[in-house]
Design a protein around this ligand. Structure first.
Ligand SMILES: [Zn+2]
Ligand SMILES: [Zn+2]
Length: 481
């Protein structure tokens, strides 16, 4: 402006013609150089910054190049120039849109960079994507792994395509007499069901092992078997299959050896009926014919029954019954076989021990755990209302004693003709319910009737309910009482 005014002033006093030409030339040059001939003309730039948001991942690029975000999330561009941004979601993510600087939607965004600008690209995880979960099993044992939601049943189906980024819970169950050790892989550990979120294809390993550390039943904390009576074939071990369940019991006062809080009883403090009464022993099993005969009285001494009012256990058990002979004349099955389905046990004799006295099942007349609730003598027996002396578990007074490291000897016969053995299984391992089937037995090679070892079904006594027999695996002989 100053220069224009100056030039105008020069025209006020007319100059010589040569000077006039020069001025006109200068004026032309000045005008052609722009408005402000005193500033250096430069190309301005602006900064475009891209941010990423959301749970997913992806890349933003620019055209012209400069942004590759990725790692390069800001760049300088010519001011007032046009830049096109393109968002590309990674696999299993989705681009959900632009925000900032006028960008929106999920198409490319065209910006005119009038000043520094910032744009945010949001990527989210694609909930409908799937990932493959694979289960690998290892170890010396076997078992099954299942998933929730379903898909894995390994078993036969050890991999499945499951919805990505949702929770999957894996559960492992060892086969009978085996143990599930632990999980590895996929963030899983320990032996509880594993919860994992499948962000990508994942392999989880389940280790099963043979049970090298058998459960030991603590004599001070034996689970009370109340409520473990079933009138249908049990589907798991530790139950007593009975033909009927007695009416609701008339429960007596609390016995100090029963812990109602933990539901256990303490064998080490449970008292016994006093006394030391000897009986005439008369018992025989004819090996070839499986004919069992006797007077039902035990070889060992018994307590004094009915329980005397002076006996300290009288306040817990007032059993008034006396002991008397009750002949045994039973023809047991000659060659017992496992029946197609088990048979329920009834009240009364379910077998006999080589001591000469009968075994009853583990229930008392009120449907309770007879071993836990009733008070027996020091040989674990007592009489019922017909004076029959009987046990509900294995007597401590058996002549057939266990030898360390060896399978228990035969201690008696069950009404279906199968043998009853003590607590020790093969190699002398103390057995628990978990080692046995629903009827409280198992099959392996044992020597019977003086013969050579051969695979045979047989029952075992345990320290826990149902103590001797859970159900008849074979067909019980008639006339057993
Ligand atoms: Zn009884
Ligand atoms: Zn055995």
């Amino acid at each position: 402006m100053m220069s224009s005014r100056l030039i105008k002033n020069r025209f006020i006093s007319p100059p010589p013609s040569s000077a006039l030409f020069l001025l006109m030339a200068i004026t032309f040059l000045l005008y052609s150089c722009g408005d402000n001939p005193f500033l250096v003309p430069t190309t301005s730039s602006t900064v475009l910054t891209v941010s990423k948001a959301g749970t997913g991942t992806g890349t933003v690029t620019s055209s012209p190049s400069g942004i590759n975000c990725g790692t390069t999330c800001n760049a300088s561009f010519t001011q007032n120039g046009d830049v096109t941004l393109t968002a590309t979601a990674d696999n299993k993510s989705v681009f959900t849109g632009w925000t900032g600087s006028g960008c929106s939607g999920t198409d490319t965004c065209l910006l005119t960079l009038t000043s520094d600008m910032a744009v945010t690209a949001t990527f989210d995880t694609n909930a409908t994507s799937s990932a493959v979960l694979t289960i690998s099993k290892t170890g010396t044992g076997t078992g099954t792994v299942t998933s929730s939601p379903s898909g894995i049943n390994c078993g036969p189906t050890c991999d499945a395509s499951l919805t990505q980024n949702t929770e999957v819970i894996l559960t492992a169950v060892a086969d009978a007499n085996l143990v599930f050790v632990s999980w590895t892989g996929g963030g899983c550990s320990g032996k509880d069901p594993c919860s994992l979120t499948l962000t990508s294809d994942t392999t989880v390993t389940a280790t099963f092992a043979t049970n090298t550390t058998p459960v030991v039943i603590d004599s001070k904390q034996i689970p009370v078997g109340d409520g473990k009576l079933l009138t249908t074939v049990p589907t798991e071990v530790g139950y007593l299959y009975v033909c009927y369940i007695p009416d609701s019991p008339n429960l007596p006062g609390k016995a100090p050896w029963i812990n109602t809080t933990t539901g256990t009883w303490d064998q080490t403090i449970k008292p016994s009926v006093r006394g030391s009464v000897a009986w005439p022993f008369n018992f025989a099993v004819n090996g070839p014919t499986h004919y069992v005969s006797g007077n039902g009285l035990p070889k060992h001494r018994t307590g004094t029954f009915g329980i005397a009012i002076t006996d300290p256990v009288y306040k817990y058990d007032k059993n008034p019954n006396t002991i008397a002979a009750e002949p045994i004349a039973w023809q047991l099955p000659l060659a017992p076989v496992v029946a197609s389905s088990p048979t329920c046990t009834h009240g009364g004799a379910i077998g006999v021990l080589l001591s000469g006295a009968r075994i009853f099942n583990a229930s008392d007349a009120d449907g309770r755990d007879a071993v836990a609730h009733e008070v027996q003598d020091a040989c674990d027996g007592h009489p019922q209302s017909k004076s029959i002396y009987h046990y509900h578990n294995l007597t401590r007074c058996s002549d057939q004693t266990d030898i360390a490291g060896q399978h228990s000897p035969l201690v008696g016969y069950v009404a279906d003709g199968f043998g009853l053995f003590g607590n020790q299984g093969e190699k002398g391992v103390a057995l628990t319910n978990a080692d046995l089937d629903i009827c409280h037995g198992h099959t392996h090679a044992i020597a019977l009737d003086g013969g050579l070892p051969a695979d045979s079904y047989h029952y075992h006594a345990t320290k826990e309910f149902p103590y001797t027999v859970g159900c008849f695996r074979g067909t019980p002989a008639v006339g057993i009482h």
